[in-house]
Design a binder for this molecule. Structure first.
Ligand code: NAD
Length: 433
């Protein structure tokens, strides 16, 4: 029986311990207990404010039409406009998107960004579509959700399966749907755009850069140093490749990488830049000449200081948590460790650095991009990096202090920081009417 069953009963949730939304909201509610949050706020946060589901047709290259399912879930906007990525993946579903939207609310509150949390996506395998099909799908999806997004209301960004080009198509579609005289203001409707079209310097590397800033702040107390550690990565997309390249620049050794095409390893260290070029050409790490192919089991059993999941959710359950040979798990991906996996890691004395802290660099630089769009400015990379570092160091310190204050693990501590802040804002604002 879940400790929060009364809330779940009231909301009509069916018990399912494998369901990612159930898992995510349970972790958040564990923290609401720690901070002693009022029942009314627990209830509000336990469900998103809005869940939008759309079905839209797209003409494929051979002339036939396919119907796609898309989502935009807006969890909470007490701190400001909704903010969160758009995912293109064949496994996208409502509960998945709801869970990711909750994490965005927590992340923005932890970093003190003036945003609430949202997430969206389309159930599609983007690798199976041509560029023209992806353009039409993105434009039609944007038009389908255009009445629930906007630069002052809900601001999407890239996530798994989407990138700066996707954001450019979204912004252009949204701007064209607006009155001509208001078009320019529409630029801030999405972040993570290409530099040439309203993007920010430092946005593409921001999530990986944030991971590294957080590690530099927190690793010394675990007797680890970025200049002298070994690590492995699950996923070598935007977040994984930037984390890999930036950690290697600091002297760390990348020993193994696993992605959807297979796993590779090199005891002397993989060349992160060459691997990035290989993935850009081949679509995955398989076949990289600078390492040898290994099995998934060999990957998880490789001995490293840090294992950094930077791919999908729920990848580290209890079995893999028992297999891994590392001192620290750095959650660069969202929710990569299940609650059951978490329990095994705790028993084994493996520290988990939580996602809402580790990967908040992306939304932080998205905020800088949005500010630049509003002010019609372009900031230097040095300014972006300096501010990002400041925001992330402050967030990491808040989490460390909360862990001491509440005598809890770092995941619960990160949620406590976010929830304390959200509660204060609710206290000032009240619950309408
Ligand atoms: P991406 O699409 O660029 O890369 C995803 C990676 O996951 C790819 O390397 C892919 O091969 C790998 N992958 C997919 N299925 C896999 C499987 N079954 N086994 C192993 N690897 C698999 O996505 P991304 O933008 O790098 O996002 C990665 C994670 O980081 C997600 O959880 C995302 O929500 C989170 N995140 C991303 C950002 C951002 O700015 N892009 C910000 C915050 C959090």
């Amino acid at each position: 029986m879940n400790a929060h069953q009364a809330i779940f009963d009231q909301l009509g949730f069916a018990y399912d311990s494998d369901n990612i939304y159930y898992q995510t909201i349970t972790s958040v509610l564990n923290a609401t207990d720690v901070v002693g949050m009022e029942d009314s706020l627990e209830l509000i946060l336990a469900q998103p404010k809005n869940e939008v589901m759309v079905h839209f047709p797209v003409k494929m290259d051979d002339g036939h039409y396919e119907l796609f399912k898309g989502y935009r879930v807006q969890h909470n906007n007490v701190l400001g406009p909704y903010k969160g990525g758009i995912r293109y993946h064949h496994d996208v579903g409502l509960d998945h998107i709801k869970a990711l939207a909750v994490l965005m609310t927590m992340k923005c509150a932890l970093v003190r960004l003036p945003y609430g949390g949202a997430k969206g996506g389309v159930k599609v395998d983007p690798r199976a579509l041509s560029r023209e099909e992806l353009t039409r799908l993105t434009r039609r999806f944007t038009s389908a959700i255009s009445n629930v997004i906007g630069p002052d209301y809900d601001i999407p960004a890239p996530d798994v399966g989407t990138n700066a080009q996707t954001m450019a198509w979204m912004a252009d579609t949204y701007m064209n749907l607006n009155e001509p005289k208001q078009r320019r203001g529409g630029l801030g409707v999405v972040t993570g755009k290409p530099m040439e079209f309203g993007g920010s310097l430092g946005r593409s590397k921001a999530t990986g850069q944030g991971v590294v800033f957080v590690l530099e702040e927190l690793l010394p107390e675990l007797d680890l140093n970025c200049a002298d550690l070994s690590f492995s990565l699950i996923g070598y997309g935007n977040v994984g490749s930037w984390t890999g390249k930036l950690l290697c620049e600091r002297g760390a050794k990348l020993k193994a990488v696993l992605d959807h095409t297979g796993a590779i390893a090199n005891e002397d260290g993989l060349n992160a830049v060459a691997l990035d070029e290989h993935v850009a050409q081949q679509g995955g790490v398989a076949g990289f000449s600078g390492g040898e192919h290994i099995t998934d089991d060999q990957f998880y059993e490789s001995s490293v200081d840090l294992l950094i999941p930077a791919a999908l959710e729920q990848m580290i359950g209890p079995n893999i948590a028992n297999q891994v040979q590392c001192q620290v798990i750095v959650e660069a991906a969202n929710a990569p460790v299940t609650p059951a996996g978490d329990r095994v890691l705790t028993e084994r004395g493996i520290t988990v650095l939580p996602a809402i802290l580790c990967n908040c660099g992306g939304v932080t630089v998205s905020y800088f991009e949005w500010k630049q769009n509003r002010q019609a400015e372009t900031w230097d990379l040095e300014v972006v990096d300096r501010l990002l570092k400041k925001y992330l160091i402050m967030a990491a310190r808040r989490v460390r202090l909360a862990a001491q204050r509440y005598n809890c693990d770092l995941r619960t501590a990160a949620y406590c920081v976010a929830l304390d802040y959200i509660r204060q804002v609710y206290e000032y604002r009240g619950i309408f009417p």
